[in-house]
Design a protein around this ligand. Structure first.
Ligand SMILES: *Cc1c(COP(=O)(O)O)cnc(C)c1O
Length: 378
């Protein structure tokens, strides 16, 4: 049998069936019901800090609504981490607003607080104050979030915390997803937990949660007929899918420890390999869920590039992928301003994400280890 090892496959627990069946039995198959309200309560308890959660149909939709709720309008500027998945930035364009991309720093690979401040000063000088900041905890690694929050507060700019990859990560003991004015989560099939497809918006304010749900359910006002004075969206989560999420929340801590053990697995493989470093927390203030484990390859030392290793892995049906190609280098975003140097570009050129799923078997892990070590020692 052909072994096919993915980067980050869904990992179901069996606990999901009960909640899906309950929804079907109760005829609650649309976008309201017990699974949605219970999943929201469970997420609120998990995040702590009294955040309020609205379950939505995707993380991308959550970013779109966060931007609307932050007051972003056509032609406004939004500061966005360049090194991320395109879903962090696309909703800026949905609104006809303009992204301004910020480079990473080398310790967490996330938005550099210094470049962020430089960009804000320069945008105020050249055009106007940006309307929002989107920071990402890439691969589960917490960003330098206290410094980012300090800059956002200094300039009074709303902070959107893209926590799609970092549910369960924390900084100085405080969970990622409890720093921003708006927090977005994703439960896509490849994330640390899944609802098949889905996401959520979290905020400190119950009124903002209610407004998010209002916008996500077509902005229907309180009247006997359908009355609308705002643009509505169809972004609410289905009660069936929320049932998958309830089952997944029962195993999230297990998923986190399994993902973290994948990081240790790679540290072991590469421990004697000069020129390869496994991405890890800069110090004990940072706790990553290690959604994906990544390596940096210094090809001058190793004699092979990240693509050489990627191609070798793919020969054995093992998936790996270069780190995010920064948004400021993407054709769709190339004309927007960028502040920084070549940090994210160099990470992209030298970095590789390796299979990191919480459900990889012993046999699969042995094949990964053997393929990598055979290649390095050939
Ligand atoms: C997955 C992801 C999203 C989008 O979430 P979806 O639920 O797939 O729409 C946004 N930002 C980041 C950083 C992601 O990894």
């Amino acid at each position: 049998m052909k072994i096919n090892i993915g980067l980050s496959d869904s990992h179901l627990s069996g606990k999901e069936y009960k909640y899906i069946k309950q929804a079907l039995d109760a005829n609650q198959v649309s976008n309201y019901g017990e699974n949605i309200s219970c999943l929201e309560k469970t997420l609120e308890a998990f995040l702590e800090k009294n955040y309020k959660v609205a379950c939505l149909s995707s993380g991308t939709g959550a970013i779109h609504l966060a931007l609307i709720l932050a007051g972003v309008k056509k032609d406004d500027e939004v500061l966005c981490q360049s090194m991320t998945f395109s879903a962090s930035a696309n909703p800026i364009l949905y609104l006809g607003a303009n992204p301004v991309f910020i480079d990473s720093e080398n310790e967490t690979w996330n938005m550099c607080p210094n470049y962020l401040e430089e960009a804000i000063e320069d945008r105020i000088f050249k055009s106007e104050k940006p309307k929002a900041i989107i920071v990402v905890h890439s691969y589960g690694m917490p960003a330098k979030i206290s410094e980012i929050v300090a800059v956002a507060e200094k300039y009074e700019i709303p902070l959107i915390e893209d926590t799609a990859e970092a549910l369960g990560s924390s900084y100085k003991g405080q969970k990622c997803g409890t720093f921003g004015d708006f927090v977005i989560l994703s439960f896509n099939g490849n994330k640390i937990i899944t609802t098949s497809g889905g996401g959520a918006l979290a905020t400190r304010d119950k009124e903002i949660k209610n407004k998010a749900i209002f916008l996500a359910t077509q902005a229907k006002e309180n009247a006997p007929h359908y009355q609308h004075s705002e643009i509505g969206y169809n972004y609410r989560m289905s009660n069936i899918l929320a049932g998958i999420g309830r089952g997944q929340m029962e195993v999230i801590d297990k998923h986190i420890s399994l993902r973290r053990s994948m990081n240790i697995f790679y540290k072991e493989i590469f421990k004697d390999v000069k020129g390869v470093s496994v991405f890890q927390e800069p110090n004990t203030d940072y706790f990553s869920n290690h959604w994906l484990s990544c390596i940096l390859i210094e090809s001058k030392i190793t004699g092979f590039t990240r693509d050489d290793l990627r191609i070798e892995l793919s020969r054995k049906n093992i998936e790996s992928r270069p780190l995010w190609k920064p948004m400021h280098l993407q054709p769709i975003f190339k004309d927007y301003p960028f502040y920084g140097s070549n940090v994210s570009e160099s990470l992209f050129n030298n970095g590789l994400c390796l299979p990191s799923g919480s459900n990889l078997t012993k046999k699969e892990k042995a094949l990964i280890a053997k393929t990598i070590l055979d290649y390095i020692n050939h």
